[in-house]
Design a protein around this ligand. Sequence first.
Ligand SMILES: Cc1ncc(C[n+]2csc(CCOP(=O)(O)OP(=O)(O)O)c2C)c(N)n1
Length: 476
Amino acid sequence: MNTILKKSTSFYDVYERRPGADKLTTTYCPGCGHGVLHKLIAEALEDFGVRERTIFISPVGCSVFAYYYFHTGNVQVAHGRAPAVATGLKRAHPGSVVISYQGDGDLAAIGTAEIIHAANRGEGITVFFVNNAVYGMTGGQMAPTTLIGQKTMTTPRGRSTDNEGFPIRMSEIIATLESPVFVERVMLADTKSTMHARQTVRKALKMQIEKNAFSFIEVLSACPSQLKMTPSRSKLWVKEVLEKQFPLGVTKDISQEFEGRSFARKNVRPEELTGILDIETVRVNPEKIAQFKDKSINEEIKIAGFGGQGVLSLGTVLSEMGMRHNYEVSWLPSYGPEMRGGTANCSVKISNKKIGSPLVANPTILIAMNRPSLDKFENDVVSGGLIMYDNSLIDRAPVRDDVDIIPIPATKMADELGNTKAANMIIVGALIVSKELMSQQVVLDSLGDVLKRKNLVVLNQKAIKRGAEYIKNRKK
Ligand SMILES: Cc1ncc(C[n+]2csc(CCOP(=O)(O)OP(=O)(O)O)c2C)c(N)n1
């Protein structure tokens, strides 16, 4: 019988790095383990017929370019974050086969938290952990798995336990957790060990495909370039030196007794939510909000001031009221390391389209309640946007001439009402009227449901009315 050896169909035909580039070879050095492991994975994906539903996650490290090779879905992630991204992918696409492929710097240094928690949750993903005892891509710095005495760029006299601690055995750590189903350490040192690794790769992927199980495969692998050895010498080193510190074998295997984890995501129907969260549905008489029904709204609002001015609650009131007008809303507070007297801020989106992200980088509306906020965010406002600022506290006007500007002495007006803290609600009243965003009546009627301190409802209703009147008089 003739055997035809050919490249797995899970690889692209041509490794085209940059369109038109003349270098169409791989990015790996001769003797590197990455290429071999890629091959074992690609073959398995083809044999199991899952290439089309596989998502391969490339890490930061020498395998960052895995997406040039694997003819699968590909995501390249930030350093160490592959298990977190894999979690999201698998949960959003339970039918996919998700591979988190990581080096020792990526998985055991910067990404230690991600892998521990993904393993602990038993996500239905397969993790391939390439342990070459060094940071390959960046020039051979010490990795958490670097051996004691091993010389690297950052341990020129050799790793010492006094200074750098002991090499971390990740497989053993992962195996102590309850959720992982299959954990094994293999090596790529010679034909025999590679053939065994092949079986292990297949078993781990099968576990995911059939049982939605979490598997962790550590692959001892050579990095001839950083070890400054020939490819064949570095493979011997894996077998004779590296393996002593990281013994091969299965550290955990409960695949027989593990019955599988459901692939189906438990989706909660919207009508179930109120019961689960123990909240009441708020219904607003449709007639009262009819005029806003077909309004095209897409406001991205940044509300900023100093702590104590109620900028966060200004945002929550706006988003709560937005919901009562059937808008899509988001509210994102920012608790940055702000200095005292500096800015506290939150981002609110109000839209009649679905909101992709709650982040507001370039607001359509800036509400500046103190000078540092105006200084900080004025330039971020989109051209044609609006800056509403408290001119009883801010001693300069915005300099932008391509945006609408509404000065409003909110703090002074609140003081006249008897409580400085109501300045934020003066802004609410002013904003909903100036942008014709919401029904003043609905906002006033709902305020009691929204505010935590019920004794302040009447005062805040007055403040909203004041703010609204201010704008109406201004328009006249
Ligand atoms: C946030 C961040 N920190 C640091 C780096 C620099 N960096 C790139 S690759 C790498 C280490 C990769 O080593 P390893 O995970 O062992 O993979 P290998 O290259 O050996 O395959 C580091 C520190 C980065 N790209 N991003």
